[in-house]
Design a protein around this ligand. Structure first.
Ligand code: 5GP
Length: 186
């Protein structure tokens, strides 16, 4: 798929992050994580659904034995603003006691989802919990939350592509752009 695809028509013309930049940044993050967890017992957890492409690409750049798991939390519904409530739609399959958990997220905005998940997983006895996020919107923050690995810091706009959706669409666009407001303003 390229920019002539009809899927790109709802994104601003200027892409925010191209596929080449995404791949390059993920290689660097993978290298750093490989160094940091050399002696760890690593479990990589994808926060569904937005992180699936980032997760799949990132873990293949981590040169260590690891296991994977999935969790789904929701706070958004079909709107572009956080509802403020976090609800677990799908929990982990495996016990994480004594494990080094790397939570892999698409984007940190208000920080509520990750603050909630981090507290919940800490209570289950993980040895360590760190966060890797592809995107960070620091201007949206409403609770204290800092990711340990950040792909890109972006402005306070609503973005789609590379896993990120609006009303479940646009996830399959291979790069990241700002959604045209006309799409959600009707
Ligand atoms: P937080 O709890 O940090 O406010 O929200 C994190 C979640 O909100 C993300 O996992 C993502 O699902 C959604 N989100 C926040 N900002 C954006 C955005 O710009 N685009 C999309 N598609 N989702 C976003």
């Amino acid at each position: 798929m390229d920019k002539t695809s009809m899927l790109y028509q709802d994104m601003e013309d200027e892409l925010l992050i191209t596929r080449d930049r995404i791949a390059e940044r993920i290689r660097a993050l993978g290298e750093q994580i490989t160094k940091d967890y050399a002696d760890g017992n690593l479990v990589c957890v994808s926060i569904l659904k937005g992180s699936v492409f980032f997760f799949a690409d990132l873990i293949r750049e981590i040169d260590l034995p690891l296991t994977i798991d999935f969790i789904q939390a929701s706070s958004y519904g079909d709107s572009t603003k956080s509802s403020g409530f976090v609800h677990i739609k799908k929990d982990l399959d495996r016990d994480i006691e004594g494990k080094d958990v790397l939570l892999i997220e698409d984007i940190v905005d208000s920080g509520r989802t990750l603050a909630y998940l981090k507290t919940m997983l800490k209570e289950r006895g993980a040895n360590s919990i760190r966060i890797a996020t592809l995107l960070d919107k620091p201007e949206g923050r409403q609770v204290e939350m800092e990711a340990d690995y950040v792909g890109f810091i972006i402005p306070n706009a609503f973005v789609v592509g590379y896993g990120l959706d609006y009303a479940e669409r646009y996830r399959n666009i291979p790069e990241i752009g700002i959604l045209r407001p006309r799409v959600y303003q009707g």
